[in-house]
Design a protein around this ligand. Structure first.
Ligand code: NDP
Length: 451
């Protein structure tokens, strides 16, 4: 017996043990699976079909994994090679859907954990989207536009064989924003000679959706607001710390302030800034989206602010609400305990799997509010789903229309997670509720479709 978890169900334990052998070198993937399987215990025990049909064993195995060579020429004329990935995890409820990540830390374990999470997240949105994820260990930081374009063209030259508007629809993630999506779309169109909604997060002039850029950050705040209100709280007057300063973090800041909160700290991978007067998201937008510069240059705009080298110290800044919006495992057990000791009442996840299992245990022991990423950051993919709908209709909806739908979806996800948690005897445990509600729809579709 390899397992050390609190899980007791023999079927779930055997699936997990098997996976630990087969995926021994994939720690992030194992972490994500273990977290979900622990929540599914009461579900599996009340419906024998899941074990009989080996639904869990099938769900932890991706339907397809594509790994490929990505050669490209740098500005000096030298040939560089990166590794590309697309993991098509589960298509039971719709075409594979999930972002592409470009970051030196990308490997198969990271992409599999993200793809696995995506299956449950997409199910929670209630839209017809399966789960997938992709990316490369290419680092766009410090590269010229020409280098990024040549990389994206080479990446898509292979990826285009595996995707399509009814098969697999990638989007952005860390390191993939409007610039990269544009280059990827241009290459797809050139090779396939078709103008389709094969990617989301597109520019507005060629099929993008209004409010997609803001969607993950806005959605996170709509979700957090619903959870806070359900617990007799609100954003009003709260001191908020947001890690990261990318797409999710910037728009989480904007919506948080609109809802009455004050964002006092933000970060990038080098360090963090603290501004007790509140950080204006437009300044961060200018630094990160326009100038592609480092967050420490915030001091050029607001000299009274403070910059601290090293990103993990951001969780020592006393706050009421923490929103991790940078990357996986960025809050460990010690950081979680520091947040709690400093009076934090809730952690709402914008990044994927930003809290380690030790951190989650600390939140639960302290009884603070916690929203798991697969529920609270689902607004991005939900709005990607809305972009796909608009592309199919050949129509564009207004910002207000999309934003209203996003808000409704996020409130619906919160309600579904809360209801599932209560139904299975874990009232208030939104983490378990998210795993269960996300699972049930996918599992039901798999049962209907046979093996
Ligand atoms: P961006 O590339 O726009 O921004 C990422 C931010 O996180 C940057 O500030 C970056 O700093 C920081 N960061 C990245 N890697 C690390 C690291 N290893 N250590 C410390 N800081 C790091 O990405 P997004 O905002 O799109 O994504 C952020 C998170 O949100 C990811 O977990 C992603 O999977 C998740 N997410 C994104 C969605 C979207 O729609 N974009 C949807 C759902 C989830 P630096 O600039 O120094 O690299």
């Amino acid at each position: 017996m390899l397992t050390t978890m609190s899980m007791k169900n023999a079927y779930l334990l055997s699936v997990m043990d098997d996976l630990k052998v087969k995926s021994a070198h994939e720690p992030e993937f194992l972490q994500a699976v273990e977290e979900v399987l622990e929540s599914l215990e009461p579900v599996v025990e009340t419906d024998p079909r899941y074990e009989r049909q080996n639904i869990i064993g099938r769900m932890v195995e991706p339907e397809r994994v594509v790994m490929f060579r990505v050669p490209w020429v740098d500005d000096g004329g030298k040939v560089q090679v990166n590794r590309g990935y697309r993991v098509q995890f589960n298509s039971a409820i719709g075409p594979y859907k999930g972002g592409l990540r470009l970051h030196p830390s990308v490997n198969l374990s990271v992409i599999k954990f993200l793809g696995f999470e995506q299956v449950f997240k997409n199910s929670l949105t209630t839209l017809p989207m399966g789960g997938g994820k992709g990316g490369s260990d290419f680092d766009p930081k410090g590269k010229s536009d020409g280098e990024v374009m040549r990389f994206c063209q080479s990446f898509m030259t292979e990826l285009q064989r595996h995707i399509g508007p009814d098969t697999d629809v990638p989007a952005g993630d860390i390191g993939v924003g409007a610039r990269e999506i544009g280059f990827l779309f241009g290459q797809y169109k050139k090779i396939r000679n078709e103008f389709t909604g094969v990617l989301t997060g597109k520019g507005l002039s060629y099929g993008g959706s209004l409010a997609r850029t803001e969607a993950t950050g806005f959605g996170l705040c709509y979700f957090a607001d619903a959870q806070l209100r359900d617990n007799g709280q609100s954003f009003a007057g709260k001191r908020v710390v947001i890690s990261g300063s990318g797409n999710v973090a910037i728009y989480a800041n904007q919506k948080c302030v609109q809802l009455g909160g004050k964002v006092i700290a933000m970060s990038d991978s080098n360090g963090y800034i603290v501004d007790e007067n509140g950080i204006d998201y437009k300044v961060i937008q200018e630094i990160k989206e326009v100038k592609r510069d480092r967050i420490k240059t915030y001091l050029d705009y607001v000299p009274s602010a403070r910059y601290v080298e090293g990103c993990s110290g951001i969780w020592t800044v006393p706050c009421d609400i923490a929103m991790p919006c940078a990357t996986q495992n960025e809050i460990g057990e010690n950081s979680a305990k520091t947040l709690i000791a400093n009076g934090c009442i809730g952690v709402f996840e914008g990044a994927n799997m930003p809290s380690t299992p030790g951190a989650i245990a600390a939140y639960q022991a302290a009884g603070i509010l916690f929203s798991p990423a697969k529920a609270s950051n689902a607004g991005g993919v939900a709005t990607s789903g809305l972009e796909m709908s608009q592309n199919s209709e050949r129509l564009s909806w207004t910002f207000e229309e999309v934003d209203a739908k996003l808000k409704g979806i996020m409130e619906g996800i919160y309600a579904a997670c809360a209801a599932a948690a209560e139904k299975y005897g874990m009232k208030g445990n939104i983490q378990a509720g998210a795993n269960i509600a996300g699972f049930l729809k996918v599992a039901d579709a798999m049962l209907w479709q046979g093996i």
